[in-house]
Design a binder for this molecule. Structure first.
Ligand code: ADA
Length: 556
């Protein structure tokens, strides 16, 4: 199950499988003498090494080794889907790239060589360090795993190659699209390009190239709209003399109208869940079987919407959402950032990189309708506004075709709400504050505040709400931690979302129970080191709330 873009002319080698591995413990990767490392262990790629029994809960440096076979003198690049949390890539002993951030795709150029057999080493560090990995900190309410957690591919390339292509849908009804091309390799002034859509040849021309870029307009033959009910995808195949790229796109529009989100001009209610990439056995590395099983259960719940909390998603998961017709909110990584982050240029630069990488990887997915940033930051501080202006502005500039939002937990104290298309509030009435009778008034009060603060009526999403329930814990008192209490609370929130036309959607916190940080300050409220706000336990066995929410989501 390779992520798009696909290639049929270009040779792409999937490096998934068993790699040589060594876990070296807590040390500084800069002091590491790679010549002395004994690769006595084996590790699967993709997998989180600290989700395996031998390394469970350990923090330190690990080294992965594999060999690459690249024909002499050939240009080659590697596509890494995601490595947690920091890594350095070495080819034949030479450091060629470093990356941090865990959840975004990055490309590594392999230096050319006349040798066919090349050695690939990936040094991975899952230790918390603001210097190396400013975007991931231990206090976040999820467990930060380490390892090559998403697939790695080796691309063998011609002298000049297709580096990236973005499909902009100009008109979802007529199927007019614009394709922005980026080339890599040797600079060229023009390119012989052929294009077909769904197998029909529609373009065969010389294209002029400026600064390795070109834009062409194409017309989709037999255009069919993409929607959750009918997620029809079109496939654009680009061919040069010696390279190719196959991209899928969907003809759909998304815009707002007052409190509504319109998909292809039709209002849509977002009935959904928040989802971390997590399973006890794999950490954030998701086997395709797990992704499909999760999506089957999203569908069983009667939901159409997934908030990919709190970081950019695995491209294979988004491909499945495109195919199966789920609507997705994808967000750059963030969790309760404070003033110290927003006054540190290193942090802001890392955020920008995360946004750029997220958009480059995900821009062609019709399932993604909302971009987000910075879950629950300190949006009530004056220093935060320029940060939100800068980062949301960057999202808008890179992709003016989607809606932007962020999950705000300062709510009525926030000073950034006018910057978004969709106001999203995280709220825990009946759990962290108030009682179950307070849930409905709290939601209504929040909605009023959202409209006032945004300066006008905008779509409003309850981006988090929930209660912890220990799986299997039932009690006649129906109080906190029981499955009954969670089900009762979510029933109130979901019914209000369905009935109140000013509430555009909900993403329940959370789809399943998931492992969290072991920091004492948090873990004492997290039995078993788990956040128990899942509608299911961590092995996806439904709690009582699942059926209650399903009954409400399926009402219309
Ligand atoms: C927050 C946060 C989530 C999760 C949740 C909870 O609002 O956005 O990531 O930590 O609270 O369960 O407390």
């Amino acid at each position: 199950m390779n992520p798009y873009p696909h290639h049929s002319v270009r040779k792409v080698i999937d490096l998934s499988g068993v790699w040589e591995f060594a876990f070296l413990g807590a040390l500084d990767p800069d002091t590491l003498n790679l010549g002395t490392v004994a690769f006595n262990e084996r590790m699967v790629v993709p997998q989180a090494f600290d989700a395996t029994p031998a390394c469970a809960g350990k923090r330190g440096v690990a080294v992965y080794r594999n060999s690459l076979r690249i024909p002499a003198g050939t240009i080659a690049r590697m596509r890494f889907g995601g490595v947690g949390m920091w890594c350095r890539v070495l080819i034949d002993g030479q450091a060629v790239a470093e990356h941090s951030g865990g959840y975004t795709e990055f490309w590594v150029d392999v230096p050319r060589s006349q040798n066919e057999q090349r050695e690939l080493l990936v040094v991975v560090d899952n230790q918390f360090s603001f210097e190396r990995s400013p975007l991931q900190e231990e206090y976040f309410d999820w467990y930060h795993y380490g390892g090559i957690t998403r697939p790695v591919y080796l691309h063998l390339l011609p002298e000049s190659y297709l580096r990236h292509a973005t499909v902009h849908v100009l008109d979802w009804c007529t199927g007019d699209i614009e394709v922005a091309l980026d080339l890599g390799g040797g600079a060229v002034e023009s390119l012989a390009l052929k294009a077909s859509i769904d197998g029909t040849s529609i373009f065969d021309n010389q294209v002029s190239i400026t600064d390795q870029k070109a834009v062409i307009r194409l017309q989709t033959p037999d255009p069919q709209p993409w929607s959750p009910e009918q997620p029809t995808l079109h496939t654009l195949h680009l061919h040069t003399a010696d390279d190719d790229m196959e991209i899928r796109f969907g003809l759909r529009s998304v815009r707002t109208n007052g409190h509504e989100i319109l998909l292809n001009d039709v209002p849509v209610k977002l009935k959904g869940i928040c989802r971390h990439e997590f399973h006890p056995q794999f950490g954030p590395a998701q086997p395709p079987a797990l992704m499909i099983a999760d999506l089957q259960q999203v569908r069983q719940l009667g939901a159409n919407f997934i908030r990919g909390s709190h970081y950019p998603q695995d491209q294979r998961f988004l491909d499945l959402c495109d195919e199966l017709g789920f609507l997705v909110w994808e967000e750059a990584i963030g969790w309760q950032q404070a003033l110290r982050h927003f006054t540190d240029e290193r942090y802001l630069a890392a955020q920008e990189q995360c946004i750029d990488e997220m958009i480059a990887a995900s821009i062609n997915h019709p399932s993604v309708i909302l971009w987000g940033i910075l879950n629950e930051a300190c949006t009530d501080l004056p220093e935060s506004r320029p940060v939100f202006e800068r980062l949301l502005g960057r999202l808008r500039k890179l992709d003016p075709t989607r809606l932007i939002t962020y999950a705000d937990h300062r709510r009525e104290k926030s000073i950034c709400l006018d910057l978004v298309d969709v106001v999203s509030f995280n709220m825990y009435p009946g759990w962290y504050y108030g009682e179950i009778e307070d849930v409905l008034p709290f939601i209504r009060k929040s909605l009023d505040a959202a409209h006032k603060l945004a300066g006008e009526i905008r779509p409003f999403i309850i981006s988090e709400i929930g209660a912890d329930a220990i799986p299997g814990w039932h009690d006649a008192h129906r109080k906190r931690w029981t499955e009954e209490y969670q089900a009762d609370l979510l029933k109130i929130a979901c019914e209000e979302m369905m009935q109140n036309e000013q509430i555009t959607g909900i993403s329940i916190w959370h789809f399943f129970d998931f492992r969290v940080t072991e920091l004492k300050e948090r873990v004492l409220g997290r039995p078993r080191s788990y956040n128990h706000k899942g509608l299911m336990d961590e092995y996806r066995r439904p709690k009582q709330a699942f059926a209650r929410v399903k009954a409400i989501f399926e009402q219309s």
